[in-house]
Design a protein. Structure first.
Ligand code: ZN
Lengths: 511, 497
């Protein structure tokens, strides 16, 4: 029974909950058991809130029993990336600096989750302050890819993707600054969506790069993503950059997915050199399927995408250097108290700040803070931050031109399948290249969805297919994603994840 | 130190003033927290103004409106589109370790305002910019001798002030006034206060820090001619009373002149003003000043006030202070000098309110400029902060006009009011200060005085009317001052002539 519950999509589980065939407490307990069984290997979670999740589940079961009108996802448990503030639940953003900090408030999206009655299973692992593509920069140890525990589940939101891929949670929340939802989705065979910038409130997201960050759904199906996206999306007066307009119909777009007559643009610059052959092959197949289904496939060129990575690694560190300045040991989080100041006297506030930040930040965070501080410095600002902003404008222009020729753009999500833990840890540039195809969407603020396109022939690991749409046209992601998923699932005879290897711990438990 | 006269003989001073005004909005610049002054430390805070991880700012529309109105009142252009920027530096009273401010895109710029000096001369001060920003928290250094960080054992931080909206008004270099520079500096700040008060955007209480002034001073040698570049400037921080503005500028002119005359050079630096000793001491040197790494604040959307809105705000500006002064002077029949003194004493609003409560303009002026100004000076407080209201002053004058108290008694009544004993009427009753208006009692006292001083009475009878003063004095003494001296004189003369 509990095995069945775990394999259900969120939409199917929701249906069973609504029909009274299963209670939220049962569903939540099943996932907590699963976490207990496999998370020792996967390490998707930094914190599991057994008590809180079960209490929320019991509450929603009571409300359902009393005949209250409930949200469609009511009772479906969810995992939340640890970069999102949860009132009363420690939130670390993967950093020692925030170890022990318990937010006194909920992020807006968490308020919506709680309001709709989704029990929060716990907080998922991530690269420190969402800086990385593998979770190896987490201060609390990496997560492991359920497809191959020796490999990374991507990052920064590897914990959320791994939790969903390992059936530890039917749904999860991720955040995507340069690909942190989509790239982990690609390498774990899950679905991840970065909404249009401003589509989901950023209030309560520990900020990495304010002009790039977006929260979004991490799921196993496109429909589940639409359900979660509609729940967490929409205008929030607490976020000035939030879009003050109704969201398009996302769920309807999945249910009526039809790509006939739709123009699908293949981005020439996202797919050549550096892309793994098996990833490329699965991508081409999917494009072929869309074409077969009646889409008009065109090739588009976005010449400035070649500069996206460089611009991104100036804008992100610049904003991050400022956003991370508040971690100074004065009000919350880690405090390292040196015995003496540099002159041998009583340490000053500045000495405490210096010692705390020197100890608390990991190497990648330090690297980016230094980069950003430099890029914003007087005398360098125009050459670095200023130029990067110009590139950003050019990339937005590329998108505009491309969307004049195509309704959606497509590319492989990540150039490769999951890489081995440690493989790129000492080579930041190689690590950064994982996000080469996902970064342009963040720079331009347009939405993107990644769904599994199959297994690469070389290594039998999942590859991802990325769909990009114009800003505020998130419905197109779901229309194309829904159509492609239906055709792929048809071919595979089920979700790609059904082909994932059974986790060792799970085998022991069932044996 | 050399004298001001000597300093001015050798050098031409150039000043520049940066005034921070705390807006009187009900809530903070970027969150909904209250802005009440003097509240329990850290009681008016939330995730946003504490800079907690994940919190975001939301613009206070009322603060933007105030900033635009200030800009318009200073004759500035209003930006059709402008952004906030982050000013990055580390300090424990900065919750985010950056201050959300405006950098190269101020909401208001390129204005001018006419300041009238004590001698009636008008000086035009050009305004470079007025921009919006948030205030920082407030550090309290404990255990040191002076309340300064040096020598303190620890520091406390109150974040109630963090995020309170500020408008910073920056002048262009003020070159013309020459030797009058200190007076001009003071008059400009007084003028700003008046203007801001009229706009109703701030309570502009310098002693509470809701108006803070930084004064830039530089000197140019007289020998260099008018086209020479400006000298190296110092920026004296937090000069927090009108008197201090004038004193600090004057001091800094003398200090720099002495330095330069001795062959030294002025260091580009910020300096601290010491109210008690009347000197400035060096703060941070600008050479080692931080690079603030300004960049546009990505958490806020640009401010783009519509031309229609700005026009509406322009049309609903209050009467400019200059015009208002002219109107009130005519209405009250004040001479130019009387008006200038009234404004100079910061008593214009007080006199206006007192007149509105029924006092004659001249009596209102006399109360505020004479007796009350004296008491404010003695207490070392601003006139407006004396614990007496225009309503009470008008009531007091009503008692005088009605003959119920004389001038001397009125001052005693005022003592009572200032001591918090209630309204003038109340004080008169409680202290029994009313003049004796019963002719029977007065006559008895007069007769007693005549009986006590027969020699004086004889002189008066002989036609030496001036001698009656001694008898009147005796009566007043007998009645402990509680009599109308004029009536006493009448009665004395009636009896003896
Ligand atoms: Zn607040």
């Amino acid at each position: 029974m509990s095995g069945d519950l775990l394999k259900l999509t969120a939409a199917d589980l929701a249906e069973r909950l609504a029909a009274g065939e299963v209670s939220s407490v049962e569903a939540t307990q099943a996932h907590l058991d699963r976490i207990a069984a496999v998370d020792g290997d996967v390490h998707a979670f930094l914190l599991v809130d057994t008590e809180g999740a079960l209490a929320q589940a019991a509450e929603i079961d009571r409300r359902r029993a009393s005949g209250a009108a409930l949200h469609r996802l009511a009772g479906v448990p969810i995992a939340v990336k640890d970069v999102v503030a949860t009132k009363g639940l420690p939130t670390t953003a993967g950093s020692r600096l925030l170890e022990g900090w318990v937010p006194p408030y909920d992020a807006t999206l968490v308020t919506r989750l709680r309001g709709a009655g989704l029990p929060i299973l716990g907080k998922t692992n991530m690269d420190e302050f969402a800086m990385g593509s593998s979770t190896e920069h987490s201060a609390f140890g990496p997560s492991h890819n359920p497809w191959d525990l020796e490999r990374t589940p991507g990052g920064s939101g590897g914990g959320s993707a791994a939790a969903v891929a390992a059936f530890e949670a039917p749904l999860a929340i991720g955040t995507d600054t340069g690909g942190s939802i989509r790239q982990p989705g690609a390498v774990t065979g899950t679905v991840g969506v970065k909404p249009t910038y401003g589509g989901v409130s950023r209030y309560g997201l520990v900020a990495l790069a304010s002009s790039l960050d977006q929260a979004g759904p991490v799921t196993r199906t496109v429909l589940d993503a639409a359900l979660l996206h509609e729940l967490i999306g929409g205008c929030d007066p607490l976020d000035s950059t939030s879009i003050d307009a109704p969201m398009p119909d996302l769920i309807g777009s999945v249910c009526n997915a039809d790509v006939r007559g739709l123009r699908v643009g293949v981005v020439r610059e996202l797919g050549g050199e550096g892309y793994q052959a098996g990833v490329r092959a699965r991508f081409d197949e999917s494009v072929g399927l869309l074409s077969d289904a009646g889409a008009e496939v065109v090739e588009v060129s976005c010449p400035h995408f070649d500069y996206a990575l460089a611009a991104y690694y100036l804008i992100l560190p610049s904003e991050a250097s400022s956003n991370l300045a508040r971690f100074d040991a004065m009000r919350y989080g880690l405090r390292i108290l040196p015995e003496t100041g540099p002159d041998g006297g009583v340490p000053s506030a500045e000495d405490v700040m210096r010692a705390t930040r020197a100890t608390g930040f990991g190497d990648e965070a330090k690297r980016r803070i230094i980069l950003g501080t430099y890029a914003l410095s007087s005398g360098y600002y125009d050459a670095y931050y200023g130029s990067a902003q110009k590139v950003r404008t050019l990339i937005a222009g590329d998108f505009e031109q491309a969307f004049a020729q195509a309704d959606v753009l497509v590319s492989p999500t990540a150039p490769t399948t999951a890489f081995r833990l440690g493989e790129k840890l000492d080579d930041p540039l190689a690590m950064y290249l994982n996000d080469v195809a996902t970064i342009p969407a963040n720079l331009a603020g347009v939405p993107g969805l990644s769904l599994p396109s199959g297994l690469a022939d070389e290594d039998g690991l999942p590859a991802g297919f990325q769909i990009l749409a114009p800003a505020t046209a998130d419905d197109r992601l779901y229309r194309v994603g829904g159509a492609l998923e239906t055709m792929l699932v048809d071919r595979w005879g089920g979700l790609l994840l059904d082909h994932a290897p059974v986790l060792a711990a799970a085998r022991e438990v069932s044996a | 130190m050399i004298s001001y006269v000597e300093a001015i003989e050798h050098f031409e001073p150039v000043i520049g003033l940066e005034v921070h005004v705390e807006l009187g909005t009900a809530s903070k610049m970027f969150c909904g927290c209250a802005t009440t002054f003097g509240a329990e430390p850290n009681s008016q805070v939330c995730p946003t103004c504490l800079g907690l991880p994940g919190s975001l700012p939301v613009m206070n529309g009322a603060a933007v409106e105030s900033a635009i109105r200030i800009g318009l009142a200073l004759g500035c252009d209003i930006a059709g589109w402008c952004r906030f920027a982050r000013k990055n530096y580390f300090y424990p009273d900065m919750p985010k370790n950056f201050q959300t401010s405006q950098y190269d895109e101020p909401i208001a710029f390129e204005g001018a305002t006419d300041v009238v000096l004590a001698d009636g001369e008008t000086v035009r001060i050009e305004i470079e910019r007025a921009h919006m920003e948030e205030d920082t928290g407030k550090s309290l250094h404990v255990g040191g001798a002076t309340g300064r960080i040096h020598g303190a054992s620890h520091s406390l931080v109150d974040y109630n002030r963090a995020g309170i909206p500020l408008v910073e008004i920056v002048t262009k270099p003020v070159i013309g006034p020459d030797a009058q520079a200190p007076e001009v500096a003071r008059a400009y700040v007084a003028h700003l206060r008046e203007l801001l008060l009229a706009l109703g955007v701030s309570d502009v209480r310098m002693e509470q820090g809701s108006l803070r002034c930084d004064a830039n001073v530089s000197l140019r040698p007289r020998s260099g001619g008018p086209d020479q570049p400006l000298g190296t400037r110092t920026e004296t921080k937090n000069v927090n009373s009108l008197r201090s503005v004038e004193r600090a500028v004057r001091h800094e002119i003398c200090r720099q002149a002495e330095l330069l005359l001795a062959g030294g050079s002025v260091t580009l630096e910020t300096r601290h003003w010491h109210e008690d000793t009347g000197v400035t001491t060096p703060g941070r040197s600008k050479e080692q000043a931080e690079d603030y790494r300004y960049f546009p604040e990505p958490d806020l959307v640009p401010v783009a006030p519509s031309p229609q809105w700005v026009d509406h705000l322009r049309q609903t500006l209050p009467e400019p202070p200059g015009e208002r002064r002219a109107r009130l002077a005519a209405q009250w029949g004040f001479s130019e000098l009387e008006m200038r003194d009234t404004v100079g004493a910061g008593a214009l609003e007080l006199v206006e309110s007192t007149v509105a409560c029924g006092a004659s303009p001249q009596s209102a002026r006399k109360w505020w400029l004479a007796e009350l100004s004296r008491r404010a000076r003695a207490e070392g407080v601003e006139l407006a902060d004396l614990p007496v209201s225009p309503q009470q002053v008008a009531e007091l004058q009503g008692l005088v006009d009605g003959g119920r108290v004389n001038d001397q008694l009125a001052r005693q009544v005022l003592d009572g009011v200032l001591a918090g004993e209630g309204s003038p009427e109340q004080v008169v009753t409680d202290r029994g200060l009313e003049v004796v208006s019963d002719d029977g009692a007065l006559t008895a006292a007069v007769d007693q005085a005549i009986a006590d001083h027969p020699d004086v009475a004889a002189k008066v009878r002989d036609g030496k009317i001036a001698a009656s003063g001694a008898l009147i004095g005796a009566v007043m003494k007998q009645l402990r001052g509680q009599a109308d001296a004029a009536r006493v004189r009448e009665l004395v003369l009636q009896r003896l002539t």
